[in-house]
Design a protein around this ligand. Structure first.
Ligand SMILES: NC(=O)c1ccc[n+]([C@@H]2O[C@H](COP(=O)([O-])OP(=O)(O)OC[C@H]3O[C@@H](n4cnc5c(N)ncnc54)[C@H](OP(=O)(O)O)[C@@H]3O)[C@@H](O)[C@H]2O)c1
Length: 278
């Protein structure tokens, strides 16, 4: 579920940072990215995470192209406004540009990508609430916000609410467990975990296979008849209100990631991993 909205959202979605050819024309990289997005949707990973900054807007264009063959309401698109575009008019303009690149009339979830202390949060939230009222964005989110900043952002909204905070969370990066996670779990705000595979670090550590914690992960995976990557992703989404968006452009990886949801690690294995990787 997304926040307290009652809206269902895939526990494993798809990240799009670094997909495609970026600003330089690269037909084969773009084709691979479009095919990957389509494959992900067919596997049920229909929460596609992008941002105006990814590839200078090109990632949004690729998402727009990829989703054309699906019914729009079968796809959940999340995008982000970059931190230099947080003035009232800049937010409105950034959203229009994103809609154009995505070839859609609405973004499901629009985040502030990073906080910007030099622009009053109230100004940004007012613009997001206007887009929300106009139906151009269905939900408002923040990214890389601490619990106190989420509170501040919420207090700037008159009738909408923050439904999600997108933050880094993985076996490697656990700092949200201190304050943000308890706050979001209590308030029913979805945590969207980015870089759940440590941007590929986990794959390298598993390949090396020498660390004690990697061996524990592999042993647990064997017991569940899952792969270590699936266990690591399942660990990330173990708590209610935590979902994730691993990035992949490879069919076999997408298929592996899709199978990381729909089951749950036992509490003792969840804790075993938390301790081993803590
Ligand atoms: N809000 C923010 O500030 C922020 C910051 C960073 C990221 N994000 C979002 O979060 C998404 C995910 O994070 P990320 O891209 O940083 O890192 P990630 O998802 O932790 O790792 C991506 C890397 O893992 C590989 N991979 C994925 N599935 C795999 C599998 N089953 N087996 C082996 N390798 C696999 C990918 O390679 P292949 O493509 O070759 O599979 C890629 O190299 C981003 O794409 C972006 O949408 C947001």
């Amino acid at each position: 579920m997304l926040g307290r909205t009652g809206e269902k959202i895939a526990a494993i979605g798809l990240g799009t940072w670094g997909i495609g050819g970026g600003m330089m024309p690269n037909y084969s990289a773009d084709k691979q990215a479009i095919e990957a997005i389509r494959h992900a949707v067919k596997l049920g990973m229909n929460h596609i995470d992008t941002a105006e900054i990814y590839g200078g807007g090109h990632a949004e264009e690729l998402v727009g192209e990829a989703i054309k063959e699906f019914a729009r309401d079968d796809i959940f698109i999340a995008s982000k406004v970059w931190h230099t575009n947080l003035r009232y008019d800049d937010v409105l303009r950034a959203c229009e540009r994103s809609l154009k690149r995505l070839q859609t009339s609405y973004i499901d979830l629009c985040y502030i990508h990073w906080p910007n202390p030099s622009i009053p949060l109230s100004e940004t939230m007012r613009a997001l609430e206007r887009l929300y009222d106009e139906g151009k964005i269905r939900y408002i989110g923040v990214s890389n916000f601490s619990a106190s900043l989420v509170e501040e952002a919420r207090s700037c909204l008159s009738h909408a609410d923050i439904v999600a905070d997108q933050v880094e969370y993985s076996l490697y990066e656990r700092s949200i467990e201190r304050d943000l996670m308890p706050y979001c779990l209590r308030e029913g705000i979805t945590i969207v975990a980015y870089s759940p595979l440590g941007q590929g670090k986990l794959v390298r550590e598993l390949h090396d296979g020498r660390s004690r914690r990697a061996r524990i992960l592999m042993e647990i995976a064997k017991r569940y008849s899952k792969t270590p990557i699936q266990v690591a992703l399942n660990w990330v989404i173990w708590h209610e209100h935590v979902i994730t968006i691993p990035k992949s452009i490879r069919r076999e990886h997408l298929e592996e990631n899709a199978e990381a949801a729909g089951w749950k690690l036992d509490e003792k294995d969840y804790k075993l991993l938390a301790e081993a990787w803590g």
